[in-house]
Write a protein that binds this ligand. Sequence first.
Ligand code: SAM
Length: 1005
Amino acid sequence: MSHPPLLIESWLPIEAIGAESLRDASAARKPPLNRLHVWWARRPLTVSRAAILGGVLPQWSPDWPVELRQRFPSEDNYRKWFRQFLGILGDPVQGRDLLLQARQAGKIIANPYTYPRAFTINPSAEDLALMQDLLEHTWGTCDLSVLDPFAGGGSIPFEALRYGFTTIANDLNPVAAVILKATLDFPARFGPSLADDIRKWGQRWYELVKPKLQPYFTPLPPGAEGAAYLWARTVACPVTGKPVPLSPNWWLRKGSDPVAVRLIAEPGMDAPQFAIVTGRDVAKAKPDAGTISRGVGRSPWTGQPIDGDYIKAEAQAGRMGQVLYTVAVKVTGGFEFRAPTRQDLEAWRQAEEALARKKTEWIARDIIPTETFPGGNDNRPLIYGMPRWSDFFAPRQLLSIAVFREAQDQVIAEMRLRVQPARAEAIETYLGVMLDKVVIYNNRNCRFDPGRGIRSVFDRHDFAFVSSHAEFDASANLLPWSISQIADAYREIAELVHPSQTALGAPNEPGTADRLSIYQGSASNLVRVPSSSVNCITVDPPYYDNVQYAELSDFFYVWLKRSVGHLFPEFFGDELTNKDDEAVANPARFEAMGSKKKKLAEQDYERKMAAAFREMHRVLRPDGVLTVMFTHKRVEAWDTLATALISAGFAIKASWPVHTESEHSLHQAKKNAAASTILLVCRKREASRQVDKETSTRGPNALSTPSDLVYLSTPSPLVYLSTPSDPVWWEDIQGQVRSVAREKAREYMAQGMRGVDLYISTFGPTLSVISEHWPVLTSEIDPKTGQPKPLRPDTALDLAREEVIRLRKEGLLEGRNVQFDPVTDWYVMAWDAFAAEEFPYDEGRKLAIALGLEMDSYVMTTKRIAAKKGQYVVMQGPAQRRKKGMVDPDLLSFSHWIDALHTAMLVYEEDGPGACDLFLLRTGLKRDATFKAVLQTLLNAIPRTQVKGQFVRPEAAVLDNLRLAFYANELTVPVVEEPELPAAEQLPLAWEAEDDEDEAEEEDA
Ligand SMILES: C[S@@+](CC[C@H](N)C(=O)[O-])C[C@H]1O[C@@H](n2cnc3c(N)ncnc32)[C@H](O)[C@@H]1O
C-alpha cells in the first residue's frame, strides 16, 4: 500500500493555529459546544480541524497532475489555501501581539480582529470539492474515515463531520456519550430548526413549574429578572453554642460602588444578623475579615478560632446548618442587594416542609438521586457531610429540581403525542441537558461572584467545600436561562454542522448523520470498528491525573440516568460511571496499596494507554495516520507516550507545539508553564505493517509487535523478553539521531521557531529515527532477563536536546566562536529556552544533564543559579547569588563567566556606573572578548518585555545599562518588531469580551 506524504508530516501553520485557539479560549462567548454542556479539557476547534485536515491532505508536490498544479502552482500557494481552508482569514498572530502590547502599554485600541473566528467559518462548497480532488489523488478515494477514540466533548469528531468525513466518536464515559449525541448526531440530523422546538417545549416545561415553585420564594419586585439567595453554612460556636455563619469574606460588590455585608453578633443575641452596607460604611464593616479561612473558622461571638476538625465533625454528624445573609435581586445590568426578610425565611421554611412531605415518595419514584458519593480522589463531600448525591442540594434546591424533574416527565408525555418519535427523542435529550445546567448552577457548591453572579460547581475541577453558596430563585429565571442557553447553543452548533452537509450536495439521504457513529466503550476495545479500516485517527487522550473525568461526571450521571437514561439504556446500566476502565492515573483505585498508590496509578494509566494505542494500531489502515494531541507538562510524559506508541507498532514522524496560551504574556514572562498542545504525528511501522496483515483477524487486542518480541507495559513499560532476529544497536544510530535533530532544528529555526518549541519540534523527528529502527537495543544488560535492555526513548531525546543547545548557543553568539563554561551555558540556555524566571524543575534538570552538570548539588546548591520552588525552579539574580569567592566584588578573577557578569551587575546596581567601570578595569573584564560575548548572549536571551516603558525582567534592565554605559558601540540588542498600534478609541464590546481572560472559565470548566 502506498504511503502518501501528508501535510502534517512536514508543515502546519502552528503560530496562527495557536493564536486562533487562544482567541477562542479568551473570548467571553465560547464556541457553542462549550456552552451546551460542561466537559473538561475540551480541545480548541481550530487545533482539532488543523490536525484532521493536515492528517488527510497531501504535501504539495511538483509531480501533481496538471489540474492540481494549475490550481496550486507553488507550495506557498497551497499553504495559503490551507490556512484559509482552516478558517484563518487574517493574521491572528499579529492581532494577539497588538492586544498584548496595548495591554502592556495600558492603551485602548480598536479590535484588531477584523475577521471572524476560525471555527465559525464553514468550508465552502468550492473548497470542499477541491479537497475531494486532493484526497482522491492522495488516497484513491475521497470517502475517508476519521476516528477519535477518546472523544469527550467532541471537538475532533465535530470538525471531522463538518468537513464531510465518515466520523467515529468513542468515549468510555456515558455522560460524554450523551454530550456527543447532543453535539454531533442530533444537530446533523435535525438542523437548526430543532432549536425552535427545544425552546418551545422548554417554555412549556417552565409554564408547568413556575406556579408550583412561586409559593416558595418571595415575589420579585417589578422589573427584576430573578434573584440569588446567598447562604452561609453554619456550625455551633464551640463556646457559646450560637450559630457561626461561615464565609471567607462578606463582599457583595467591589469597585467604585462597593457593597458588603456587616455581620452583627452581639452578646445579647441568639443568632447572627446581617446588614447591607454601601459606600464609606463598607470599609468599617471589614468585609475581608471572613469567618473561615483554609478550613479554620472564627467565631464572631468570641473572636476565637474554630478548629477545622470540629467543623468537619459537626458536618459529618449532620449538624451543619445554613443561614440566609443576603438576597441579590437581578435587575438589568447588575444586582441590587437587600437583607433577608421574615417573608424570605417563611418561604424557605415552607419549602423545607414541602420537601419533607414529598421526599419519601420522590425517592420511591426515583426522582431524586440517592446514590452514595463513592469516594475517590476528592473526598471533601464526605468530609463535609454530603454522603449522597442528593446532599449536594440544600432543601429548597432539591425541592425545586425534583419539581423540575416531575414536570419534565409531564412535558415529555405531552410532546410525544405531537412530535414524531425520532425528533421527540432529540428534544427530550436537550431537556435532559437543560436539567444538567440547572443542577450545576443550583447546588451547595455554587459560589456568588461579586463581579459576575452565580458560578457553577464546575467553576473548578473539584468538589471543594463551599462555605457560603448562592441559590437561584428557581421559580424565576433559572429554567428560562437554561432553556435559552441550550437552544442558542444547539442552533449555533447545527448551523456549523449543517452547511457542510448541503455543501456536499447531500442534504438528507445519505445525510451527515449517516456518516457518524457514536460509541460508548473503552478505547482499548473498539469492537465495532473493523481492523485496518480507518484513514485518520486524531486523538486527545486523557493525561495522567489531570482530570478525573469519571469521578466528576457522576454529578451529571445521577441526573442524566433519570432524565434520559431510558433513551440510551446501553449507556446507563451502572450505578455510577465506570472508573475501573478509565485511562487516567487514579490513585484512589489503589488506596489499599498505601504509599505505592501514586506509582501504581501511573503504571495503570500507562498500561491502559498502551492498550489503547495497540487498538488504534489495529483499526488504522496501513497507510493511515495517527495524530496524538497532548499537553506538555512533564518531561517524562514524552518517554511514556513514546514508549506506548512505539510498543504499539507506531513510528513517530513529526511533533508540533501549538501554543494555546500566550507565551508573551506577563504571566509567562514570570513562569514558563509550557501550556502548549503538542501534536505527535505517527504512522504504522513497516515491520508491524507486515504483522498487521497476519493479526488483523485475531480480534481487537491482538499484539501487533513482531512475534519474536513481547513488550509488557507493566511493571516497567518496556521489558524485553527474547532476542529479536535482527536488532539495531543504539550506538549505531546515535549519529543519525544527532544529524536529524540538528537538521530539523536548523530548519525550524529558519522558520522562526524559538525556545522550548524548538526543542519539542525536534522530538518528533528524533523519535522517528528510533521508532523506524525499532527494536533498538542498548549495551546494558537487564539483570532480570539477562538480555540487552531496549532503548528508552528519553535517551534519544536527550541527544536531540544536546544538538539544539549547541545550535542555539551558536545563534546567540551570532557566529562568534567563543567557549563559555557549562554553568554559564546552563544560565544562558535556560533563559533562551524558557524565556521566563520560573520553569519546570524537570526541564532544568534535563538541560543540566545535557551540559554535563549535576542539577541539585551543583547548579542549585553550589552555584545558586536557580532555586527550587515546588515542581519549578526560579532563576536567581546577582543579589541572590552573592557569596564570598563566587559573586564577590572583591575578587580579581572568577571561576565561571556568569559569576563575573553577575558581580559586574551587582556593582553597577549597588554602586553605580563609576564603581562598575573601576571593577571591570581592575579585573581586566572590560576588554575581555568572552565577557562581552556572555553579555551579548544574555542581551539576546533574556526577554525584553516592557510595561509602560519599564523592563519586566530586572536583569534585562541592568544588562541594558551595562551595555549603554560601556559597550554602546559594540554590543547590540535584539530588534523587536513592534506592529503599529491602531489609534486609541473606545473599546467596542466585542473586543472587551474577547479579551476578558477571566471569562474563559465561565463555561469552560
Ligand atoms: C482529554 S479528554 C478529551 C476531550 C475532547 N477532545 C474534547 O475536546 O472535549 C479525554 C477523554 O477520554 C475519556 N476516556 C478516559 N478513559 C477512556 C477509555 N478507557 N476509553 C475511552 N475514553 C476514555 C474521558 O472520558 C475523556 O472524555
